[in-house]
Design a protein around this ligand. Structure first.
Ligand code: NAP
Length: 328
């Protein structure tokens, strides 16, 4: 039975990946940070087959000890301070966890797997935010980076150090440059989930309005369940490499709002949405659109859920979960 070790197990992608790898017959281990992590109880209930191992991306000895205990075949480094807006306020913490955390994880792989013919395969969760102020449209694996946030800067470091460890030490290390991917497990702080959850709450009479930042930003949005499949495929190839994973389509926040409010049965979103400059980013990334050709050709990866399907899935989930919470 192959063994997979996942950092960021309690996050959106960690949950999807755990489910996917379990269905593939893996023994799944997840790294849990903190002495009393608030997400642990619910996580254990939902994922009884995942063995939780303590560790923190800020602490190299804990990573070495976790890998030593598990002896994994595959390591997926999904742990990060992942919310761009927070990274402006907590730039040092973001650099430490999202950036230096990758170096620590790679060092742990090198120390536990050995310097010759290291058997551990490593996946790094890179991000389209590395493209920031885009140099070309669409963005592919060779597009230069111009990050526009401390989060994007930290991800550029994580990406480069992953490539460097592959080239310097022969580690099987891949970097997946994933464009935005969402779903019902997305954190409530992220704009897509904030929209679908608030639309559901307005429909149920719990909230009255939705307060938003920039409505002009455009993103290439896919479904998280489709994207974790690409992570796994990257680690099954003969040679390690880097891949853009995206839909190749871009949609504005306004389009997302239109579909979400229609699906919730609320009609025109303009009747419920107020803009507040407080939610604008100090520097915006305006037009992210990825070119997934390499992932499609080399990995045989394709997405199964389209943009409209994604928005509907999220709204339906939030209508159901908010209604059952209201009854309790
Ligand atoms: P997420 O839901 O925000 O999850 C982040 C995870 O990182 C959580 O499990 C969190 O644990 C963990 N974490 C935070 N600080 C940590 C630390 N010091 N040590 C160990 N773990 C720590 O993020 P996601 O959406 O699943 O994304 C997964 C990865 O893909 C992230 O690296 C993200 O930056 C990257 N990415 C995401 C997208 C996207 O659209 N979702 C796109 C490109 C790249 P706690 O719950 O305990 O805080």
């Amino acid at each position: 039975m192959p063994k997979a070790f996942i950092t960021g197990i309690t996050g959106q992608d960690g949950q999807h990946l755990a489910e996917f790898l379990h269905s593939k017959g893996y023994q799944v281990f997840g790294m849990l940070k903190g002495q009393n992590n608030p997400r642990a109880i619910q996580f254990r209930d939902e994922f009884p087959y995942v063995e939780l191992v303590p560790g923190d991306l800020a602490d190299l000895p804990s990573l070495v000890s976790a890998l030593d205990q598990v002896q994994p075949d595959e390591v997926y480094n999904l742990g990060a301070i992942s919310f761009v807006a927070i990274s402006f306020n907590q730039a040092e913490l973001t650099s430490n966890i999202t950036g230096l955390g990758v170096l620590r994880m790679l060092e742990a792989v090198r120390m536990v797997g050995g310097t010759q013919n290291n058997p551990i395969r490593f996946y790094q969760a890179s991000s389209s935010e590395m493209f920031g102020q885009v140099r070309e449209i669409p963005q592919n694996e060779l597009t230069p980076f111009h990050p526009r946030s401390p989060y994007g800067c930290a991800k550029v470091f994580g990406h480069n150090i992953t490539v460097n460890y592959r080239e310097s030490y022969g580690i099987y290390a891949c970097s997946g440059i994933l464009f935005n991917h969402e779903g019902p497990r997305r954190g409530l702080e992220f704009v897509t989930r904030k929209i679908t959850n608030t639309a559901a709450r307005i429909k149920l009479g719990i909230d009255k309005e939705l307060v938003m930042g920039n409505l002009d930003a455009k993103r290439d949005w896919g479904y998280a369940g489709d994207y974790v499949r690409a992570m796994w495929l990257m680690l099954q190839q003969d040679q390690p490499d880097d891949y853009v994973v995206a839909t190749g389509e871009t949609h504005s926040i306004e389009e997302f709002l239109t579909l979400a409010f229609e699906e919730a049965g609320l009609g025109d979103w303009r009747n419920f949405v107020r803009q507040d400059p407080k939610f604008f980013r100090p520097a915006e990334v305006d037009l992210l659109i990825g070119d997934p050709t390499k992932a499609q050709k080399k990995l045989g990866w394709t997405r199964e859920v389209d943009f409209a399907g994604l928005v509907k899935m999220m709204v339906r989930h939030d209508l159901e979960s908010e209604a059952s919470r209201a009854k309790r």
